[in-house]
Design a binder for this molecule. Structure first.
Ligand SMILES: [Mn+2]
Length: 401
């Protein structure tokens, strides 16, 4: 009798599962299995692992893991997260090689309630874009020159894949959009999880292969355009490329669009006023962290938008742009920074800009609190970035008149 009831119950349960599966298939596009959306049969479904946010294998926001640089090269995507676990060019606290895995841990809860962004009125995970986590670029910790090449090659390989989705028509005019790139092709967007800030030199080399010289929005407490003689002293050719000089080199290589690039949250001490002249030469405008007290987030957003205009833009976020009270786990912390809320507000203010790719860097989880403040801030900041990306396709209308 007990056994018979069990069988009836089991059959009922299986029916429930089947119904749930059909329901899920209807609701979840883009090949997502259960995440990002919500648990199918909370807290477990007798599958290999339970599917609650605090269990299972951790990818960014529980997105599908695709071995994009290995056996799954043919799986297309529109936005890819990729780690660059490199930290052998830092000047103070090392540890950002653990950034990618830390940020993924901090991102676990992003889709717990479904992922809808209330102020931006979009769910980036269900906006018609295939978003995946490609794991990490293999990066050697023994040879910086080799590692920098590995990062460039890995990023370039992903950037030149054919995206999963074609460009849509322009929402305002209904006309077809054409790519913004200089090679005339539609490219997927790559979000790199650093790694120390040096990785942006190889990332911009890759970006330039598709977009040419690019406008850069750079949130950081530091300039990172320092001359190698000023930052590190350049005892060797390799030492001259580090997390305080990569923009100097990027500018020298013509990777940065002069005049339409801008730093935000700057508050570093300098070797002297000449550092700002050198920064001008590298092509950057500057927003000081303290300007938030006078012009507020609205004024900062306005400055950024006026500087960048309609240009395709690359977004680089140093977690140290946020005050160490909110994000202590970083290589070179500076007090007097923005709150996590302020940076998120400013990022949402970039809605409508053509952000071609982005990164977050200098997350060194070993210095975090047990509450994962920094890795959570990094993940939430990237959630705003993909929300903005999901709302604005990387295209323009030709013959607009
Ligand atoms: Mn930096």
């Amino acid at each position: 009798m007990v056994r018979a009831s069990f069988l009836v119950l089991s059959a009922f349960f299986l029916q429930l599962c089947a119904a749930h599966e059909d329901h899920d298939r209807d609701q979840i596009p883009m090949g997502y299995v259960r995440f990002p959306y919500q648990a199918k049969l909370y807290p477990g479904d007798n599958d290999v692992t339970a599917d609650s946010v605090f269990s299972g294998i951790t990818t960014f926001a529980k997105l599908p893991w695709v071995k994009c640089l290995g056996s799954e090269k043919n799986v297309p995507f529109d936005i890819a997260f990729i780690g660059a676990p490199f930290d052998t060019a830092t000047s103070y606290r090392p540890g950002a090689r653990f950034g990618p895995s830390g940020i993924r841990a901090g991102s676990r809860r992003l889709t717990l309630y479904g992922g809808y962004n209330v102020p931006l009125e979009v769910n980036p995970f269900l906006a018609g874009l295939k978003i995946v986590d490609c794991g990490d670029i293999p990066v050697t910790p023994y040879d910086n020159a080799h590692a920098i090449k590995q990062i460039e090659d890995g990023h370039k390989e992903l950037l030149h894949r054919v995206p999963a989705s074609a460009l849509p028509n322009d929402t305002a005019t209904g006309k077809p959009l054409v790519p913004l790139s200089v090679d005339g092709k539609h490219h997927p967007r790559i979000i790199t999880l650093g790694g120390d800030h040096t990785i942006v030199l190889p990332l911009l080399r890759s970006i330039s292969s598709a977009y040419g010289p690019i406008s850069v929005i750079h949130f950081d407490s530091h300039l990172d355009t320092w001359k190698p003689s000023v930052f590190g002293g350049a005892p060797s050719e390799q030492a001259a490329i580090n997390h305080g000089t990569y923009f100097y080199w990027a500018s020298k290589e013509g990777l940065i669009k002069n005049g339409s690039s801008i730093h935000g949250a700057i508050r570093t001490t300098l070797s002297g006023p000449a550092d700002y002249e050198n920064d001008d030469d590298a092509g950057f405008q500057r927003i000081e962290a303290r300007e938030i007290d006078t012009i507020g987030t609205d004024g900062i957003i306005k400055k950024i938008r006026e500087t960048v205009g309609e240009s395709p833009v690359y977004l680089s976020i140093d977690i140290d742009s946020i005050d160490p009270a909110f994000a202590p786990a970083t290589g070179t912390p500076e007090t007097g920074g923005w709150s996590t809320r302020e940076l998120r507000t400013i990022l949402r203010g970039l809605d409508g800009l053509k952000i071609v790719s982005a990164d977050i860097v200098e997350v060194a989880p070993a210095y975090d609190t047990n509450a994962e403040l920094t890795t959570m801030a990094a993940a939430d900041v990237l959630y705003e970035v993909i929300s903005v990306m999901a709302k604005t396709p990387l295209g323009k209308v030709i013959n607009a008149n």
